[in-house]
Design a protein around this ligand. Sequence first.
Ligand code: BG6
Ligand code: MG
Length: 213
Amino acid sequence: MIKAVIFDLDGVICSTDKYHYQAWKQLADELGVFFNKEINNRLKGVSRMESLDILLEKSEKKYSLEEKQELAKKKNDIYRNLLKNMDVNSVSSDVLKTLYILKRKGIKVAIGSSSKNTMYILERIGLDNCFDAIADGTQITKSKPDPEVFLLAAKKLNFEPNDCVVVEDAKTGIDAANSGRFVSIGINDAADYCETKYRIKKVSDILNIINEL
Ligand code: BG6
Ligand code: MG
């Protein structure tokens, strides 16, 4: 019997993944570094600084740690500006319905996100008081594919990993869920990933999966 659902935030609860892409693309263009959707997919679930390292793989110039911190800040400033477009209407009715039904069934809901902007985003979309536990990029030292953020969410809920399912849109997130011994559920890119245990097309599909487990 599943007791909790741990949701990734970016690309699962809301479509902030498109703003991450726009912000990284703008930075890459300014630096004259090649960047496309395929490279962007490798950044999903990965921390800001590790993402920057991936983006800079294509750069001829080498940057010092200080310069990289400045670049990461620049990307985050562009990203935070784009996040101003988000409000309560940025959450799909499918996601809202799913959260409502899970709560009605007595199943706990949590966030497991590598993002340090998690609380800001949840406030913007009006879901800051919705989750029973939030584990985010400000509370962890290792980002996905390490399971730390999901283990922290489970710990906050007082459940074991096998009491919880994890819903992810990134391959790194599926690897993190599997290595933490959670049941992994993949949407979008993660639905095409061979390591994903259950594949879904929309978030509410998790309700059928949970009923079977
Ligand atoms: C993850 C995103 O949720 O958070 C990554 O999938 C992002 O793309 C990471 O790099 C860190 O986000 P932030 O908001 O702390 O820069
Ligand atoms: Mg994601």
